[in-house]
Design a protein around this ligand. Structure first.
Ligand SMILES: [Ca+2]
Ligand SMILES: [Ca+2]
Length: 340
């Protein structure tokens, strides 16, 4: 009897200890499972561009306006391209070539034509291809019948005539206000060459170019800096893009995205997207987040602002990029991002 009680006691104790151990293990398992699978438990990150310094970190075309409304991105319509410091050259009086872009109307390049010379040229290298060049201004004088012809080029070898158009006489112009010429189809160019051409064969002439200016039409583009939007070491998935913007009549804003593992080598730009203000766009399918063990932790956003009237401007106040780190959340349910 005594022996039986002892056995029952030990047996019962072992049973209770086992129950406690198993229960504890089950509770631990349950908690671990919840931690792994619940989207609410997955670490999330967010990067927002909002302030003037944020926007200034990126790269942008000369017709982006970051100052009229500090902290926002707008279009500067008919924006002057800054030519200061660009490389100029000419086939005569080369030391005078920089005088054409020094913002001083009392200094000039003289393309002196002797009896034997038919033409002389002046040239500027913009350093990179500039898009949407739409307006040219050339303050010039001439001591005889001379035509100034403008050409553009991408490679400094093949040049295409811009101005004057057919039948257009493009002689002296000394009055800044009336020396602008607008072309109907904006061009992309790296080099602009101006050729002073003798229109009679009789006398030596002094074609002088005092100032030359270039202006751009929309669209205007802004691109975030290469490592500005960084998902960090534990990055997992690019998820949402939410703009805060105002898009009045005759204007439009669109965005493209691309990702990179190192901030240097980039994937291709996504198709152009037009999310509406305050509505998250699902970008998980637009850019690569992971490939094998490679994490594409850097994201770049290109913003394009345009108008159809040459005067209005949309305003991008901010945008926000949402991502997940470490633990992959459940596949997101189809989002309600509006794509127009
Ligand atoms: Ca802002
Ligand atoms: Ca000058």
């Amino acid at each position: 009897m005594k022996l039986f009680s002892k056995r029952l006691f030990y047996g019962g104790s072992v049973f209770i200890v086992l129950i406690i151990l198993i229960s504890g293990f089950l509770v631990y398992l349950l908690e671990y499972k919840q931690k792994s699978l619940s989207p609410a438990e997955a670490a999330s990150g967010n990067k927002t561009l909002d302030s003037q310094p944020d926007w200034q970190l990126g790269s942008y075309t000369d017709n982006i306006d970051l100052t009229t409304l500090a902290g926002s991105v707008k279009i500067q319509n008919n924006a002057e391209i800054n030519l200061l410091g660009k490389t100029t050259s000419s086939d005569i009086n080369n030391d005078q070539a920089p005088n054409v872009i020094d913002n001083d109307y009392d200094t000039w390049w003289n393309g002196y034509l002797t009896y034997e010379d038919q033409t002389h040229w002046w040239k500027i290298d913009l350093g990179e291809t500039k898009n949407y060049i739409s307006t040219f201004a050339l303050w010039r004088t001439a001591s005889g019948p001379i035509t100034f012809r403008l050409y553009w080029s991408l490679n400094d070898i093949d040049y295409t005539l811009i101005l004057p158009g057919p039948g257009y006489v493009w002689g002296p112009c000394n009055l800044p206000a009336s020396c602008q010429s607008v072309i109907s189809s904006p061009i992309s160019a790296r080099y602009i060459k101006i050729v002073a051409n003798r229109e009679d064969g009789v006398s030596p002439m002094d074609p002088q170019i005092k100032e030359f200016k270039l202006y751009m039409s929309p669209p205007a583009t802004h691109t975030s800096a290469s490592t500005q939007i960084d998902g960090g070491d534990n990055f997992w998935l690019w998820q949402t893009f939410t703009p805060t913007q105002t898009v009045p009549a005759n204007t439009a804003v669109s965005y493209r995205f691309r990702s990179s593992a190192n901030g240097t080598d980039w994937g291709t730009w996504s198709a152009s997207q037009t999310p509406t203000s305050g509505n998250p766009l699902d970008i998980s399918g637009l850019v690569t987040s992971r490939s094998g063990d490679t994490k594409y932790r850097y994201l770049q956003v290109e913003t394009t602002l345009s108008n159809t009237d040459g005067a209005s401007t949309p305003t991008v106040d901010a945008y926000s990029v949402g991502y997940h780190t470490e633990v992959k959340p459940n596949k997101p349910v189809a989002q309600t991002a509006v794509i127009q």
